[in-house]
Ligand binder design. Structure first.
Ligand code: FMN
Length: 191
């Protein structure tokens, strides 16, 4: 498949359909190198990539459970228990954070967060090109300061997402996309 075709046909794989083999150390480096090619205003390199695999996924599940219980003390215990197994759905997770330089004269925080989001998307595309499946997930845990702290992410930084990775057990069909005409405009001047 050529690159454009891959971009047009990219699909995420649900985390529970991602299995071994996951990217190995050398492949993780290739994926992260793609992230390092993200657009970056003023060369701030506002990125941190945190690999979570093996038993560390269990530790993350414990964190998800305790943090969720704190945020939602009345949550149904069965629902809460699901938090524990969330990171175990896939063999590899890379957490991607935007490391924020506050009040930068050229680069507002939103641009730094966008750069980290672009890095995550480039990593997802690199993983696709290498034959791996992936999905970008967040949820309330991604903005929970206790989880960020445990991952070594400062409170002022932004955890832009968890990239779940592995081999896709089932490849999803490319879904019907939005219509170009519904989203594309050619500006002729003030409206
Ligand atoms: C910033 C961001 C956060 C996301 N968080 C979640 C999430 O927590 N749960 C979820 O089911 N999908 C989430 N998604 C959507 C999936 O990554 C994915 O795009 C979606 O399942 C549609 O599949 P597709 O990428 O194959 O079109 C998120 C996407 C983005 C860009």
């Amino acid at each position: 498949m050529d690159m454009l075709e891959q971009l047009h046909n990219r699909v995420s794989t649900p985390a529970n359909l991602l299995v071994e083999p996951a990217p190995d150390d050398a492949q993780i480096e290739e994926i992260v190198r793609a992230g390092l090619a993200a657009p970056d205003h003023a060369k701030l390199r506002p990125w941190k990539f945190i690999v979570i695999r093996g038993d560390a996924r269990q530790a993350l599940g414990e964190l998800f459970t305790s943090a969720t219980a704190k945020r939602e003390p009345d949550m149904d215990p069965e629902k809460l228990e699901k938090q524990r197994s969330k990171p175990l759905r896939s063999p590899l997770i890379i957490a991607v954070a935007a490391t924020i330089t506050p009040e930068h004269p050229k680069t507002p925080e939103v641009e730094q967060i966008l750069s980290a989001g672009s890095a995550l998307q480039l990593m997802q595309l690199a993983a696709t090109a290498m034959g791996f499946g992936s999905i970008w997930l967040t949820g309330p845990n991604a903005s929970d300061n206790s989880i960020k702290a445990a991952l070594g992410i400062a409170a002022q930084d932004e955890l832009v997402g968890f990239l779940y990775l592995g081999t896709a057990k089932v490849t999803k069909e490319t879904p019907e996309r939005a219509n170009v005409a519904d989203h594309l405009e050619y500006w002729q001047g003030p409206v």
